[in-house]
Each structure stands twice: as C-alpha cells, then as structure tokens.
Ligand binder design. Structure first.
Ligand code: FES
Length: 150
C-alpha cells in the first residue's frame, strides 16, 4: 500500500514537464519494467562559484511510484550544488515518501539514476574530474538504456 505522500506526489507532481534550453538532460530506463524518465537540469554558478541546480524538471513514463519518486528527487535536488546533489540516494527518496512497498523500491532507482546521469554528462561536457564510482554508475545506466532499445 502506498503512503499518502506517494499519492500526493503522484496526483500533483512537482516540477513536472519539459524545459527549454536545459544545461543537460539525464535519460534513463528501468530494465525490469520498461519505464523511462528524462530529467532536465539548468545549472549555473552560485555566489561561491560552485555549480548548482537552478532549475529542474522531469518527464516520466511510468508507475505511480516512479512519478512520485521523480517528483521528490526534483524537490531534493533543486537549489543544491552538484556536489550535494550527487549524494542523493534512493533511500533518501523512499524516506521522503514515508516508505514504498518493497516491490516498488526499484522504482526509486529510476529517479536517482536520471539525476546521476545528468550530473555525469555535465561533468563530462565540462571536463571535470569524474570518480571511478560515478563512471561505473554511468556505464550501468547506459547498458540498461542500450538493452531497453533492443
Ligand atoms: Fe516501472 Fe515502477 S514499475 S518504475
């Protein structure tokens, strides 16, 4: 059974829709169910000169949990520096939703993966240092994408 928070975000998702001229777009798919998500980020510098997420939007074709977790990830990431945003875990999203049914935990990965991929692409495009862990996550994400297309 879903919590009332999941229903709230599903019925009224925050930051839903596409974005004109995003800095970067993270696109991911879930191999288990075929659901897909696009996460648009507008990245700029804050007063301290750090890259931060000025605006964020998402489009998700998926289940109620996928939409609710996408909505929450936009709330958690908006206004954060990339260094902070990359630390957001699916456990944080599940907690913000007052839990998810066990069989729906995998849905929260879609949102985290989209954020991870968007930040990875930004780092790559801007020749920033990419950790081995982030590189591994990127490879897992693009492998899923490739398998979904077949
Ligand atoms: Fe596909 Fe939830 S069933 S993300």
């Amino acid at each position: 059974m879903y919590s009332s928070k999941v229903f709230e975000h599903f019925k009224n998702p925050h930051n839903f829709g596409s974005m004109t001229n995003p800095t970067v777009v993270g696109q991911v798919g879930n191999l288990a169910c075929g659901d897909v998500m696009k996460l648009y980020l507008k990245i700029t510098k804050n007063k301290q000169g750090q890259d931060f997420i000025k605006d964020i939007k998402f489009e998700t074709l998926g289940c109620a949990a996928a939409i609710a977790t996408s909505s929450v990830v936009t709330d958690l990431a908006k206004g954060q520096t990339l260094t902070e945003a990359i630390k957001i875990k699916n456990e944080d999203i599940v907690k913000a939703l007052d839990n998810l049914p066990t069989i729906k935990i995998h849905c929260s990965l879609l949102a985290v993966d989209a954020l991870t991929e968007a930040i990875y692409l930004f780092y790559k495009q801007n020749n920033k240092n990419i950790s081995a862990e982030l590189e591994q996550k990127h490879h897992r994400i693009i492998n899923c994408q490739a398998r979904l297309k077949h």
